[in-house]
Structures are given as C-alpha cells and as structure tokens.
Design a binder for this molecule. Structure first.
Ligand code: ARG
Ligand code: ZN
Length: 420
C-alpha cells in the first residue's frame, strides 16, 4: 500500500508541475497606511522595482494618501520590501502570513465529490457550466437561458433570464458576477441568487411580486477564461486571457474596458498592468458581448448590478469623473437603504457613495457605461470582507455573505419596481 501511495503522490507531483500551478508558499499580503506624500512615493517606487500584486486598490496608480493599501509580495522580494517599509515609519501590518496556506484553508476539504455543485463552495467552471444547463431546464415557467457569445478562449457566456413567462417584454434588471477572475465570492453570489429566486418564488411576497412584474437577467460568470485560470494555474489572476499585440503580457481589465471615459483615469495603457484598459473600448470580447446584449435590451433594462469583492462597498456612478450623477440623491438614498438592510442581518458594515469620491477615480467601468446608456439604477457591489482574507474569503462565509447581499439586492429591485 505504501508503494501505491508513493506512486500516487508522485503522479500528483508530476501533474502539478506539468500544469504549472503557481505556488505561493511563504508569500505575504501586507496592509499599509500611507499618511504622507513620502509614504505614497515609497509605495510607487517599490512597485516600480518589484512586481507587487495589488489587492486594494486594484493597482499602484490608484494609491493615494490615507487609504488602506493591501498588496501581495512575491517570495524573493519579501525581505527587502519589509525592510524598506519598516525604515519608512509607515504604519503597516501583515494581513496574510502565508498565502499558500491561506489558499488551501479557504476551501473546505473536498472529501465527497469534487465535481458536485454546491452553493456553499467555490465551484469550478465545469461544475458551474453543468449547473447552468440543469437549473435552466429545471423550471421552464420561471427560467430560460441564452448564449450571448463566446469568451476569448471560446467558452459560452450564458445569460439566465428569471421571471414569470409573459407574452410581452417585461421591464428587467441585469446582474453580472465574476468580471474579475479572482473575486470568487462574486461568482458564488450569482448562483445563490438564482437558487433563491427559484426557491422563494411563490412563498416570499417580495420575490414573487418582482418576478411577476419584472425579469432578472443573470450572467453568473462574466470572465470565464480568467476564472478557469484562477482554478487551474494562478489563483490571483484578475484580467481576461486575451493576447495583446506587441506584448507578451496577457489580458485586459474587463472593468476598465467600457466606453465610459475610457482609459482617462485610474486605468493603465500598459498591457502588463492589472488595470490595463485594453487596446480600445470593448476590445475584450466578453465586454463586447455584454455591451451588445445590454444595448439590444436597452429599452427594458431598468437596473444594472455588478458584483465584485472585496471592501464592503456599494458604489454608483460616477467613477470616471468627480462630477455628481444626475440622479445622485436618489442613488445615494437607495444605496444607503440597501446597506442598512444588509447590515441588519449580521452587522456587516458597508460604505456607499459614488465610485470616484468613495474609493478612487477609475474610468472604463461597466457601471458608468450602463448609467450613461440610460440605465439609471446602476450599482457596483464590493462584497466581504475588508481585508482579513481578501480574495481568499473562506467557504464558510459564502452563506452569510450571500444571505445579507440578497437583502440588499432585493431592496434595490423593489425600489426599481416601485419606480417603473
Ligand atoms: N474595485 C472596482 C474596480 O476597480 C470598483 C469599480 C467601481 N466602478 C468603476 N467604474 N470604477 O473595478
Ligand atoms: Zn472587481
């Protein structure tokens, strides 16, 4: 038996090496609190010399004074980064001591059937794809699906339409999850939402009324190629997986690629940056597919919701400018109301406001684009947490996170419904 065991282990090792799964042994995530211009300069200088993986904000260009800055440092540079930060006198701490260990811990043990779909686990793309097929044929009265195009690597992008069948076009809400590959809790939320919608229709009066009067379009994973890559190769991947001419770097940021002040602020023209805006607006096929779908259904779509993580924020336009949106007061009131109901369940605190003023100016986002197209109720969620686990939110938090987020989404939906 021990002989067999050794062979199995050896196979595992060979498979891992062949697949080149990125290993994060001993790598750390730091939290900094820059309070002077010198602190900010030091962070930028470090980022210039060492490949830092920014968790919050999304890239070094967005770092300013008095914001929490979280980044992951590759092993080879840990000591030098640590020493330089210590000497600067900047307030700092270690959020994650060993990224690889945390990565293994954020998943429950995969004892039973690793391929089985679960609403309280982070499912692989293969599992989610099978789930999409089965759930959309489970209740033809309430749910249907359509492929809105393929990803760069050829995976089908399915939009689920949830709502009571009607002969005429109903007003609708569009929601997407998983624009950014590593934000796994986001993708988990769309699956949860679909389950809840189907299972509470007919018993929960709010959901019943919503689905009678409106349709909800759900895109469970926007950036499928990136998501698959985070499962198979690099857990920390954010962007799409498209080739970029003139560069060996891969992918663009699908939340900097929309035609809304495109690449003017908080985005990078450098293909190697995690906030690369792409070669042109909608250069990423995933963005183009969704933009085309929303343009086609523009007259029915009354709200656009996009789910990200982490930081516990409920944002609305604008992010490409500090100018206030025409409907600022109403959007602020809705965001505050939604945050309040969300908090009522487990006490989770959210901050709400327009993107530029609340976190940082960043152009080319889907929320601003949808809003300027005429979709008044346009919101970006940043789900749990505030940095203890960051992108590695444990699976044990999927259920409470989704439950509280449901309350906020339903609050927004019911406001939209009342104002049709
Ligand atoms: N963290 C998100 C991002 O940077 C926030 C998006 C807010 N909206 C925006 N248009 N920048 O993608
Ligand atoms: Zn995101």
């Amino acid at each position: 038996h021990t002989g067999n065991m050794k062979i199995i282990l050896l196979f595992g090792l060979v498979a891992a090496v062949l697949a080149e799964v990125k290993n994060f042994d001993g790598e750390k995530v730091f939290r900094l609190m820059p309070t002077t211009d010198d602190h900010v300069l030091l962070i930028k200088e470090l980022a210039n010399n060492v490949k830092l993986d920014f968790w919050r904000p999304d890239s070094v260009d967005l770092v300013t004074i008095d914001m929490a800055v979280d980044f992951h440092v590759p092993l080879a540079h840990t000591d030098i980064v640590y020493t330089m930060l210590q000497q600067s006198g900047m307030k700092m701490g270690v959020l994650i001591e060993d990224l690889q260990a945390e990565m293994e811990e954020h998943l429950d043990s995969r004892d039973i059937n690793p391929r089985a779909h679960s609403y309280t686990k982070y499912n692989t793309w293969d599992t989610i794809q099978a789930w999409i097929a089965s759930i959309s044929s489970s209740n033809p009265e309430l749910i249907s699906r359509q492929v809105i195009g393929n990803t760069y690597e050829g995976r089908p992008m399915n939009v689920l339409k949830i709502g009571r069948k009607s002969s005429s076009t109903k007003p609708s809400i569009f929601m997407d999850c998983g624009i950014h590959a590593r934000e796994w809790i986001s993708t988990a939320f769309c699956q949860w939402f679909v389950k809840e919608a189907l299972s509470t229709y007919g018993t929960d009066s709010e959901m019943t009324s919503l689905l009678n009067q409106m349709d909800v379009y759900v895109l469970p994973i926007f950036n499928i190629d990136g998501y698959d890559y985070t499962h198979k190769t690099n857990r920390m991947w954010r962007k799409t997986r498209s080739a970029q001419s003139g560069s060996s770097c891969i992918g663009a940021d699908p939340n900097r690629n929309w035609n809304a002040g495109w690449c003017t602020t908080g985005a990078s023209p450098n293909p190697c940056s995690d906030t690369f805006c792409g070669s042109a607006p909608e250069s990423e096929i995933e963005v183009k597919n969704v933009a085309d779908f929303i343009r086609r259904n523009k007259s029915s779509i009354k709200a656009y919701l996009t789910i990200h993580s982490y930081s516990q924020l409920l944002l609305f336009p604008y992010s490409y400018t500090f100018a206030l949106a025409e409907h600022h007061n109403e959007l602020m009131a809705v965001a505050k109301g939604a945050s309040n109901v969300l908090r009522s369940l487990y006490g989770t605190e959210y901050t709400s406001g327009p993107g530029a003023a609340t976190i940082y100016p960043a152009a080319g986002g889907s929320d601003d684009w949808a809003y300027d197209l005429g979709v008044k109720y346009s919101f970006t969620f940043e789900l749990r947490d505030t940095g203890r686990y960051g992108f590695l939110l444990p699976e044990s938090q999927i259920k409470p996170t989704c439950e509280e987020t449901m309350l906020a989404v339903k609050y927004i939906a019911s406001h939209v419904q009342k104002n049709l």
